[in-house]
Design a protein around this ligand. Structure first.
Ligand code: GDP
Ligand code: IMO
Ligand code: MG
Length: 426
């Protein structure tokens, strides 16, 4: 069976966690392939909210396998906290959760290095989540990293010490004003390593291959969004992994020919958390309304998310680099009540109208060109059928389908599992 992908098409927080949870009943295995605890995936069901960081969003379905792939970076301390929360909810993960031996480990000093690097950048800081993501992927590509499989080896502690000592020297080099007690951080780290050891470590590429051979269905869950991709995002204001479809191949060991559906998920407007260009960002009442009604606060850091109109130039680009086959539109309910909606269909780029994403999308180079669309007033949050959706919302959706040349098959009208409407099947 092919591996299906579910990917964020914007700057993250599109609602991936919610939809993966909804889709889990259709799959045998849910697999994360990149990112780490910088992610915050929110699920809401039975009146309760759950936020996952590293653990796949299928974990509440105990009969499904949840796999943390080789492309993911794991902070054992945060992972342990996630497990503790699951235990509080009586979720039994011991049989269903497994981790790739090839996944890299975030050391406490990676987190410190992230903080030191950000502090040294001053105004040019990335706005990182400070979870150590950049430094850990740097050690991975620099061939210095420590992997989950190393935990099983006798020299794990020596490996750890050598890398942590090197990091301490690097932290000093930054000359940043950060205080820390490494001994305390290390005690938590090694305690969490012991917890991690109680889980199944697997050769996940082999596992996935065998699962495919035996007809199992697999959904790969993306983290972050396409515009945060290390290659195709708004560099350097990006994360340090490939968040796009190609990342699922390298982050799980799945061949490109084995990819099936590519579900592209986007908000009906746009948000961004952290620094970096955002052509359709709003600094007015409309942006404030989106933030307030949409509860736009980061699930990992609690920071306010910047809000703006939907950007079809960026969205088209994301559909293209990912090979999206169908679209899922989230948070349409947040736009209820706007008399007129704006959608960016092109950019004015240095005086020229363009419809592709240029190298520079900073404010001084790009200004959005908008098409106006009539809004709707109805509250969508209680709707369950496509036939109930207001005419002007259908007009908005059809406009987007035409512009993007892709079907919008699912419309989400609230955070709860149940607030999910299937519009069409393809
Ligand atoms: P993820 O990182 O892509 O999984 O998304 P986040 O969980 O970071 O952010 C999405 C936020 O929007 C969460 O608070 C969700 O509970 C919420 N959410 C998801 N879908 C909808 C929706 O259709 N309407 C509204 N109002 N909220 C939603
Ligand atoms: P989910 O999976 C939104 C952003 C950070 C920062 C940049 C780099 O919940 O959609 P990093 O910590 O990766 O070095 O930060 O990327 N960022 C996210 N923004 N959602 C996320 O994940 C994000 N993960 C990282 O805010 O701008
Ligand atoms: Mg999130």
């Amino acid at each position: 069976m092919a591996v299906d992908l579910l990917l964020g098409l914007q700057w993250g927080d599109e609602g991936k966690g919610k939809i993966v949870d909804v889709f889990t009943s259709n799959y045998d295995i849910i697999a994360r392939f990149q990112g780490g605890p910088n992610a915050g995936h929110t699920l809401v069901f039975n009146g309760k909210k759950h936020v996952l960081h590293t653990i796949p969003s299928g974990i509440f379905h105990e009969d499904k396998v949840n796999l943390v792939g080789n492309g993911v970076v794991i902070d054992p301390v945060i992972f342990k906290k996630e497990l503790d929360k699951l235990e509080e909810q009586d979720v039994n993960y011991t049989k269903s959760l497994c981790i790739s031996r090839k996944a890299h480990i975030i050391l406490p000093t990676h987190r410190l290095l992230d903080a030191a690097s950000e502090a040294s950048k001053g105004k040019a800081k990335i706005g990182s989540t400070l979870k150590g993501i950049g430094p850990t992927y740097m050690d991975k590509t620099g061939r210095n990293g420590i992997r989950v499989g190393d935990i099983e080896l006798e020299d794990f502690k020596d490996k750890y010490r050598a890398l942590a000592d090197k990091h301490e020297a690097m932290i000093e080099f930054y000359n940043a004003d950060i205080e820390y007690d490494l001994k305390e951080l290390e005690a938590d780290f090694f305690d969490a390593i012991e917890t991690l050891k109680s889980l199944k470590f697997i050769d996940s590429e082999e596992y996935i291959y065998q699962a495919q051979q035996s007809g199992k269905t697999i959904l790969a869950e993306g983290a972050q969004g396409s515009l945060l991709d290390i290659d195709f995002g708004t560099y350097p204001y990006v994360t340090s992994s490939n968040t796009t479809a190609a990342g699922a191949c390298t982050g799980l060991g799945v061949a490109p020919s084995q990819i099936g559906e590519v579900f592209g998920i986007f908000k009906a407007y746009t948000t961004r958390v952290g620094s970096g260009p955002f052509p359709t960002e709003l600094f007015d009442e409309d942006g404030e309304t989106m933030g307030r009604v949409g509860q736009e606060f980061g699930a990992t850091t609690g920071r306010s998310r910047r809000c703006g109109w939907l950007d079809l130039v960026a969205l088209r680009y994301a559909c293209q680099v990912n090979g999206v086959t169908q679209l899922i539109m989230m948070k349409g309910d947040v736009l209820s009540g706007f008399e007129t909606l704006k959608v960016c269909t092109a950019y004015n780029y240095k005086g020229e109208t363009i419809t592709h994403l240029p190298y520079n999308i900073e404010e001084e180079n790009v200004s959005p060109i908008y098409t106006e669309i009539k809004g709707w007033a109805a509250d969508l949050t209680g709707m369950t059928e496509a036939s109930e959706l207001p005419e002007n919302l259908n007009g908005y959706i059809e406009f987007l389908e035409k512009e993007l040349n892709l079907p919008i098959t699912i419309v989400s009208v609230g955070p709860d599992r149940k607030q999910t409407i299937t519009r069409k099947t393809v």
